[in-house]
Design a protein around this ligand. Sequence first.
Ligand code: GSY
Length: 173
Amino acid sequence: MKPFAQTWLSLGSNLGDRLENLLAGTAFLLSHGLEWKNGSGVYETEPVGYTAQPAFLNMVIHAKTRLSPLALLEVCQQAEKALLRQRTIRWGPRTLDVDILLIDDLILHLSALTLPHPRMAERAFVLGPLGEMDPGLMTKWTLPHLTEGIRLQMPASDFRDRLSRIIGEDGAV
Ligand code: GSY
């Protein structure tokens, strides 16, 4: 059996019921080969890139998995599809976005997947939640602690409680 890898994923939503989208997306991941280790709080964040769109809810989750990097990418894309991701403008609104930030110490340059995530070091909506959840990781990867334009909306423990109600007691959250 393949050994476990640890992974850190960024989740974002700015269409529909944003919190429900994050919960449903996380539940999807946990039923498709990922095991929960930890999660950040949920932050309301100003849109980056294409700015004429609604504010996002963003969070980071830390999970372990036996999936290969490309199989993990496939599951992340399936989670987006399961949430009926609608996206007409490349950087525009979406029901759910799932980005792989890190897998262990892997440095990857594939056409489908670059690790560490190439834009994570400049995104407060990633660095704020990641820094809250995993300060050691910020030091390890020399990441800046940017928090501009982000505001804690729901503490990590409340998100975990809501998630437990969806996935049940044996979801190991
Ligand atoms: O790459 C993730 C999608 N995205 C986001 C996001 O998740 N949050 C914020 N605040 N801005 C964003 N711009 C893009 S594209």
